[in-house]
Design a protein around this ligand. Structure first.
Ligand code: GLN
Ligand code: ZN
Length: 756
C-alpha cells in the first residue's frame, strides 16, 4: 500500500509562485532567472511531498500558468491570431494566449468542472499538431537528478483534453482525434524514455454523463495511445464517480483512480456490482482534495476496509480525491481563527499527513497512528460542540420555514404595475450593476486603513465622498436608477462574510482562481446569522443625495455559498438557507430605511451546477429557494433586482425566471444574438436588461453599436420589461472609460426613444 497525491499546490506557502510569475511579466526578472526560480519552486514542492512521507512523488502538477494551456502549447495548438508575434522566447505565445497581448485577445477561460479554478480553453483551428517543448520530460529528469528516484508524472488525459477543446467542427473531428492520438503517443513514449515510473492520465471528463460516442472515443484513445508502452499507466477520474464504470474500468491501463469522496456512493456501488479488474491497481481517492476540513480518520479507515472488501485481489494505493491545488498549502500559520476551528482544519500538507496516518494504521506500522485517530475525532467533536454551531435560534428559524417565506405577496404582473406607479421610472430605464471604478486612490485609502495609518472615520469619509462624487456623475449622465458604487468592498463575498456571524477568514488560505490570480475564500464554519445592518449606511447616504432611486446592493446566498469553503456537517442547502435568512434581514433593513430597489447578485448560481445532470434538479431547486427566501419578504412596491454573469445563460432562462426577481441584468456581450434567439422562442416574462456592452474591455462602445444591440433586444422584450445596463460591475474600469461608455449608453437609449 502506497500513498500519493494527484497533484500538490504549486503556488507555494507564501504565494512565491505568484510573485515570481508577476515579476517576470513586469520584466523584473530575466528569462534565465525566471526559469531557475520556477525550477526551484518545483523542486521545493517535490521536496515537500517527500518530507511529508508520500511514497510516490508526482511531477507534472506544476504549471507556468495553466495545465490545459501547457498541453495545448506543447501540442503546437497555437491559434493563428498569435502568428504575428515575434517570438522572443518559449513563453511569448504561451503568455499571449493566457493573457492577451497588444492587438490580440487572450484565449477564452472557463471553469474547471465544478471547481472555482478557471482553465484556458484550447482552440482547434485545424492546426498541424506536433510535440514541442516537452516540459514534462524535463520535470521527470529534474526530479531524478535532485532525488535520485524516478517520479510518477501526471498529465491531462486525451479524452478530457479533447472534450474541453473548442472549435472542433463536425468535419474536423476525425482528423483532430487522429492527430491527438499521434501527439499523445509521442508524448507518452518520451515520458517513458525519460524514466517516469508511472504515467497518470487525469480524466475528470469521465465523471460526466457520457454518450455512446464518448465511450467509443475513450476506448479508441486508450487503445491507440497506450499501445506498445511498458511503463505503468493509470487513468484517474475525479470530482464525481466514474461514469459507465463497467466499460471504462476495462480500459487498457495498469491502474485506475477513483474518487471515493465526491463519487463515493456510486463508485462503491460499482465496485460491488461489477468488481474491480484483478490485473489492475486501484488508486483510491479517500481524502477530500476539495475541502479544508480535517478527516475523521476512523471513518476513512472504515471506507478503505469497505473498498478492500470489494477489491480483494488487487493492490490498493491511497491518494487524495483530486489534486490538492484546490486547497491552501498548510494550516501551520493560521493562528487568527478560533482554536476549535484551527484544530479542525486540514489544508494540503495536513491532508497528506492524514494519508500517512491511515496507511500506517492499516499496515500496523510502528507510530502514533492510534493517537492520530483519536485526535481527529476529538477535533471534529470539539468543533461540533462549539457555540458557533449551536445557535438554536438559527436552527429553529430554518426548521420553522413555511412555503410562505419563499413567495412574494403577489405575482409579477400585479407587482410590476404597482412598482411602475410607485417608482415613477421612465420607459427603458438605465442603470449600472453596482460597482464604480476602484481607482488607485480608493485602493490606497483601504490599504492605509487596514494598516491602521488612518482612522475608520477618515476611511469612511473618503468613501462617502467618492459616493457623493459618483452620485453627481450619475445625475449628469442622466441615468435612471443609481448605485452607491461599492467603494467599501473589495470582494463581494468577503465583504458580507466579514459582517455575518459564522464566517472565518484565514491569513494565508490562498488558492489559485486563474493564472496568477489567487483568492482566499471565507470559511463558513458556524451557523450564519445577521447581527446588524451591513449596507444600510452607505446606501442611505447615497439616497439622501438624490431624488433618483438608489439600488441597495447585496451578494446572493448561492454565490456566497459557492465562493466559500463550507462546513461539512450540514447539507449545503441548509447552509444556503441560513445565509438567505440573514440576507432577508438585510433586505428588510434596507426597505425600512426607504430603499425601494434592492439588487441581490447571483453570478455564481449557474456555475455551481453539479457535474451530473441527474443532480441538477435538486441543486436548482434549493438554489432558487435560497434566493427567494432572501428576497421575497418585501412589499409589492419594493423592486427586487438580480444580476448574473460569467456564464452562458441560453439554457438557463427558465431557472432565472423561477427566481421571480422583478428585474435581472444579465451579461450577454459574448452571446447576445443567441440569447435574443432563445427569447424569441420562449419569451421572458419579467423585467430584464441584456448587457449592452462588455465591461471587460477598455474599449469605449459607440452609440451606434449599442443602439443596434438595444434594437435587437427590443424585438423580444416588451417595453414594460425593458432595462438598459452594461454587462457587469465597473470596478475594474477607469473613471474616464466608465463615464464615456455610460454617456454613449444613455445616448443610445435616447435614440431608441425617438424611434418610438
Ligand atoms: N454588484 C457587483 C458589482 O457591480 C456585481 C459583481 C459581479 O457580478 N461579479 O461589482
Ligand atoms: Zn457581473
Amino acid at each position: 500500500m502506497k500513498t500519493a497525491v494527484i497533484g500538490y499546490p504549486y503556488i507555494g506557502q507564501n504565494r512565491e509562485w505568484k510573485r515570481v510569475t508577476e515579476a517576470f511579466w513586469k520584466e523584473q526578472l530575466t528569462l534565465q532567472c525566471y526559469e531557475q526560480e520556477m525550477k526551484n519552486l518545483r523542486l521545493a514542492q517535490l521536496y515537500q511531498q517527500k518530507a511529508l512521507g508520500l511514497d510516490i512523488l508526482t511531477v507534472g502538477d506544476f504549471t507556468y500558468y495553466d495545465r490545459m494551456l501547457d498541453m495545448a502549447v506543447m501540442f503546437n495548438m497555437v491559434p493563428s491570431r498569435y502568428d504575428y508575434l515575434s517570438l522572443q522566447h518559449n513563453f511569448t505565445a504561451y503568455f499571449a494566449m493566457a493573457r492577451g497581448a497588444e492587438n490580440v485577445v487572450a484565449c477564452e477561460m472557463t471553469k474547471w468542472f465544478n471547481t472555482n479554478y478557471h482553465y484556458i480553453v484550447p482552440e482547434y483551428e485545424g492546426q498541424q499538431l506536433a510535440l514541442q517543448h516537452n516540459v514534462y520530460a524535463q520535470y521527470i529528469q529534474e526530479a531524478i537528478e535532485a532525488f535520485g528516484m524516478s517520479p510518477r508524472v501526471t498529465i491531462i488525459g486525451p479524452f478530457t483534453f479533447y472534450k474541453l477543446t473548442k472549435g472542433v467542427g463536425q468535419e474536423q473531428k476525425q482528423h483532430y482525434i487522429q492527430q491527438l492520438v499521434i501527439v499523445y503517443k509521442e508524448l507518452l513514449q518520451s515520458l517513458e524514455a525519460s524514466g517516469a515510473t508511472t504515467i497518470q492520465l487525469e480524466e475528470p471528463s469521465l465523471t460526466k454523463d457520457l454518450t455512446s460516442e464518448d465511450i467509443a472515443l475513450v476506448q479508441h484513445f486508450y487503445h491507440q495511445v497506450l499501445k506498445g508502452l511498458t511503463v505503468e499507466t493509470i487513468c484517474t477520474s475525479y470530482f464525481e464517480a466514474l461514469s459507465d464504470y463497467e466499460t471504462m474500468i476495462n480500459l487498457p491501463v495498469d491502474g485506475f483512480g477513483l474518487d471515493f469522496v465526491h463519487g463515493k456512493i456510486e463508485n462503491i456501488a460499482s465496485l460491488k456490482k461489477f468488481t474491480f479488474p484483478k490485473d489492475k491497481v486501484l488508486y483510491a481517492g479517500i481524502i477530500n482534495g476539495r475541502d479544508i476540513w480535517r478527516a475523521e480518520l476512523q471513518k476513512q479507515l472504515a471506507l478503505v476496509a469497505e473498498i478492500r472488501s470489494y477489491v480483494p485481489y488487487s493492490p490498493i494505493h491511497l491518494q487524495t480525491s483530486c489534486s490538492l491545488q484546490h486547497v491552501p498549502v498548510t494550516t501551520a500559520g493560521e493562528k487568527g481563527v478560533v482554536p476549535e476551528l484551527q484544530n479542525a482544519l486540514a489544508f494540503a500538507n495536513e491532508k497528506i499527513k492524514e494519508l500517512q496516518m491511515i496507511k500506517g494504521k492499516i499496515l500496523q506500522l510502528e507510530g502514533p497512528y492510534q493517537h492520530a485517530i483519536l485526535e481527529s475525532q476529538k477535533a471534529i467533536r470539539t468543533l461540533a460542540q462549539h457555540k458557533s454551531r449551536r445557535k438554536q435560534a438559527v436552527l429553529d428559524k430554518v426548521n420553522a420555514l413555511t412555503q410562505e417565506a419563499f413567495k412574494r405577496a403577489d405575482n409579477y404582473n400585479k407587482r410590476s404595475k404597482l412598482q411602475r406607479a410607485f417608482l415613477q421610472l421612465p420607459d427603458y430605464p438605465t442603470t449600472t450593476i453596482g460597482s464604480f471604478p476602484q481607482s488607485a486612490e480608493v485602493k490606497k485609502n483601504r490599504s492605509l486603513w487596514r494598516k491602521g495609518e488612518i482612522t475608520t472615520a477618515e476611511y469612511e469619509a473618503f468613501n462617502a465622498n467618492e459616493t457623493a462624487r459618483w452620485i453627481a456623475i450619475q445625475e449628469q449622465l442622466g441615468l435612471d436608477v443609481f448605485v452607491h458604487g461599492e467603494f467599501e468592498r473589495t470582494d463581494m463575498v468577503e465583504f458580507f462574510g466579514e459582517k455575518l456571524d459564522g464566517f472565518a477568514f484565514t491569513n494565508n488560505g490562498w488558492v489559485v482562481s486563474y493564472g496568477s490570480r489567487c483568492v482566499k475564500p471565507p470559511i463558513i464554519y458556524g451557523d450564519v446569522e445577521w447581527t446588524e445592518p451591513m449596507t444600510v449606511r452607505e446606501v442611505s447616504a447615497a439616497q439622501s443625495l438624490t431624488d433618483k432611486p438608489v439600488k441597495g446592493m447585496l451578494t446572493g446566498p448561492v454565490t456566497i455559498l459557492n465562493w466559500s469553503f463550507v462546513r461539512n456537517d450540514l447539507d449545503r442547502s441548509e447552509v444556503a438557507y441560513q445565509i438567505a435568512l440573514a440576507l432577508r434581514e438585510e433586505v428588510y433593513a434596507l426597505e425600512k430605511a426607504g430603499i425601494n430597489i434592492i439588487q441581490v447578485d447571483e453570478p455564481a448560481l449557474k456555475e455551481g451546477l453539479p457535474i451530473r445532470k441527474n443532480q441538477h434538479r435538486a441543486y436548482i431547486e434549493s438554489s432558487v429557494n435560497a434566493f427567494k427566501l432572501a428576497t421575497s419578504g418585501v412589499r409589492n412596491t419594493t423592486q427586487i433586482h438580480t444580476h448574473m454573469c460569467y456564464c452562458e445563460f441560453n439554457d438557463f432562462i427558465d431557472v432565472i425566471e423561477s427566481l421571480d426577481a422583478d428585474v435581472i441584468s444579465i451579461e450577454t456581450s459574448r452571446s447576445h444574438g443567441e440569447l435574443v434567439k432563445i427569447l424569441k422562442e420562449t419569451p421572458y416574462r419579467l423585467g430584464i436588461g441584456l448587457g449592452v456592452y462588455d465591461i471587460h474591455s477598455p474599449r469605449i462602445p459607440t452609440v451606434e453599436e449599442m443602439a443596434v444591440i438595444i434594437g435587437e433586444s427590443k424585438e423580444v422584450i416588451e417595453k414594460e420589461q425593458f432595462w438598459i445596463n452594461p454587462d457587469c460591475g465597473l470596478k475594474t474600469r477607469t473613471e474616464q472609460e466608465t463615464i464615456a461608455s455610460l454617456k454613449n449608453m444613455v445616448a443610445a437609449k435616447e435614440r431608441l426613444k425617438l424611434l418610438n
